[in-house]
Design a protein around this ligand. Structure first.
Ligand SMILES: C[S@@+](CC[C@H](N)C(=O)[O-])C[C@H]1O[C@@H](n2cnc3c(N)ncnc32)[C@H](O)[C@@H]1O
Length: 391
C-alpha cells in the first residue's frame, strides 16, 4: 500500500541481483557498491531504463529539460570560452552524462543559429555510462540535424590526446555513487547494505578503504559526531581523469553541492542523499533498486582541489540563478515579453521556465564550478557580478 509520501516498495529484478552479490561478498556490500548497481547495473540499473526521462514526466526535473533557454544561455558562455582560447579551428565541446541530449541539443542549436564560426569549429562529443542513454542522445541530436560523437565516458577517458575546448556537465557528479560514513569518536565507520528478513537493510561496519579517512585528512575537517555523511570518491576520480584530458580550456560543472565546510557542517545530521520517484522524495534509498533515482550533493572543495592539482585554476562557485542572470536571462525575458502578443502560450512557457531555473529553493540553488587551464578565468561571463553585467 502507498502512503502520502512514498510509493510502494517493489520487488525488482535488481533486488535479486543485489541479494546474490551480498551473499557472495560474505554478508554485506558498501552503500557505494549498492548505489553503483542501483544506478549503473548494465541490465537493470536505473540509467539503463529505456523509458527514462528527466522532465515533468520523469522522476525529477533537470534544468535542460525545463526549457532549451537553459542551453541557449550556456551556449553564450561556450562561445566566449572559444573566443578566449583564441577562436581555435578545432574546438572540442564535450558533455559528460548527457541524459536525453537536450542540453547539447540546445547549445549546438544556438551556436548554429547565432555563432556560425564557433559552430563550424566545434567538435561535439556526448558521453555517458549507459549505452541506452547514448542511443537516446544520438536520436535527440539526429532529429535536430546536429552532428556529434556519442561515446562511453570510460572510452573517452582512455584517449590520450589532450583536447582544447570545454567540458560541461549538468547533474553528472551528483549522480555518482557515494560512500556513506559516520564518525564515532576516533573511528570513521561506513554504512553497508546487508540482508535482513529477506530484505535489504543498513548496517554500520568498518570503513571499506583508508581513502575515506584520508579524504577528510586532505580537507582538514571532520563530519559531525554520529552524523551520516557522503564521500564521493567516484566524483573525485572522475574529475581527476576529466581534468587530465584537457590540454587547454574550461571545465564547467553544474551540480547540487556545497563547499566542504558547509557539506560536512556538524548540524547536517543525515547528509544529503536523496531518492526520487515520480517527483516524490522516497524515505528509504534501499527500496525498489533500479526504479529510484539516487543523488547526493557534491563537495566542490574537493572537486576544485582535484582539478587544481591537474593544472587548473578554480573560481569560487556561483549559483545557477546568478550565472543564468549574468548570461542574459533578463534580456531574453524582455525580448520574450516584446513578442508575447504573437504567441501568449509560448511566452507563458518561457516565463515559467525563467522562474523555475532561478528558483533559489530548487534548481536556482544548483551551483556552478568553473575551472580553467591555460586559459583566462577572470572576468568570464558567467562569473561576473550582476553589477558588472548590468551596471
Ligand atoms: C542526473 S542525470 C543528468 C542528465 C542530464 N545531464 C540532465 O541534466 O538532464 C545523470 C546522467 O549521468 C549519466 N551517468 C551516471 N553515471 C555515469 C557514469 N558513471 N559514467 C557516465 N555517465 C554516467 C546518466 O546516464 C545520466 O545521463
Amino acid at each position: 500500500m502507498t502512503d502520502d509520501f512514498a510509493l510502494a516498495a517493489q520487488e525488482t529484478p535488481l533486488a535479486a541481483v543485489i541479494r546474490e552479490e551480498i551473499e557472495a561478498e560474505g554478508g554485506r556490500i558498501t552503500f557505494a557498491h549498492f548505489m553503483a548497481l542501483a544506478l549503473g547495473h548494465p541490465e537493470h540499473g536505473y540509467y539503463q531504463r529505456p523509458d527514462l526521462a528527466w522532465g515533468r514526466d520523469g522522476d525529477y526535473e533537470t534544468s535542460p529539460e525545463v526549457h532549451p533557454i537553459f542551453g541557449y544561455l550556456w551556449a553564450r558562455q561556450i562561445e566566449e570560452c572559444w573566443q578566449r582560447l583564441g577562436s581555435p579551428e578545432v574546438f572540442d565541446l564535450v558533455e559528460v552524462g548527457a541524459g536525453s541530449g537536450a542540453f547539447s541539443g540546445a547549445i549546438l542549436t544556438w551556436l548554429r543559429d547565432r555563432s556560425p564560426d564557433c559552430f563550424a569549429a566545434t567538435r561535439a562529443t556526448l558521453l555517458d555510462g549507459s549505452p541506452a542513454r547514448l542511443e537516446a542522445q544520438q536520436r535527440a541530436l539526429d532529429t535536430r540535424n546536429l552532428e556529434a560523437e556519442h561515446r562511453l565516458l570510460e572510452d573517452w577517458l582512455a584517449d590520450e590526446e589532450p583536447i582544447t575546448g570545454v567540458v560541461i556537465s549538468n547533474e553528472f557528479f551528483d549522480a555518482l555513487p557515494v560512500h556513506l560514513v559516520e564518525r564515532r569518536g576516533d573511528a570513521l565507520l561506513e554504512w553497508h547494505v546487508t540482508l535482513e528478513d529477506g530484505g535489504l537493510a543498513f548496517v554500520l561496519a568498518d570503513a571499506s578503504t583508508p581513502d575515506l579517512e584520508a579524504y577528510f585528512a586532505d580537507l582538514g575537517l571532520q563530519p559531525g559526531e554520529e552524523a551520516r555523511a557522503e564521500v564521493n570518491l567516484a566524483a573525485r576520480d572522475a574529475m581527476r581523469r576529466i581534468a587530465n584530458r584537457v590540454g587547454r580550456g574550461y571545465v564547467l560543472s553544474i551540480d547540487y553541492g556545497h563547499e566542504a565546510p558547509d557539506l560536512y557542517a556538524s548540524w547536517r545530521r543525515m547528509g544529503t542523499l536523496m531518492a526520487f520517484r515520480d517527483h516524490s522524495p522516497q524515505p528509504d534509498p534501499l527500496t525498489s533498486p533500479g526504479l529510484l533515482d539516487l543523488t547526493a550533493h557534491v563537495d566542490f572543495t574537493t572537486l576544485a582541489a582535484t582539478a587544481t592539482n591537474a593544472g587548473f585554476e578554480a573560481a569560487p562557485t556561483v549559483s545557477q540563478a546568478e550565472a543564468l542572470t549574468v548570461l542574459g536571462l533578463p534580456d531574453a525575458m524582455r525580448a520574450a515579453e516584446e513578442r508575447a502578443h504573437e504567441d501568449v502560450a509560448r511566452f507563458a512557457e518561457e516565463r515559467r521556465a525563467a522562474a523555475t531555473l532561478t528558483d533559489l529553493e530548487a534548481l536556482g540553488r544548483i551551483r556552478v564550478l568553473v575551472l580553467a587551464k591555460d586559459a583566462p578565468l577572470e572576468g568570464l561571463r558567467c562569473l561576473r557580478s550582476i553589477a558588472e553585467a548590468y551596471g
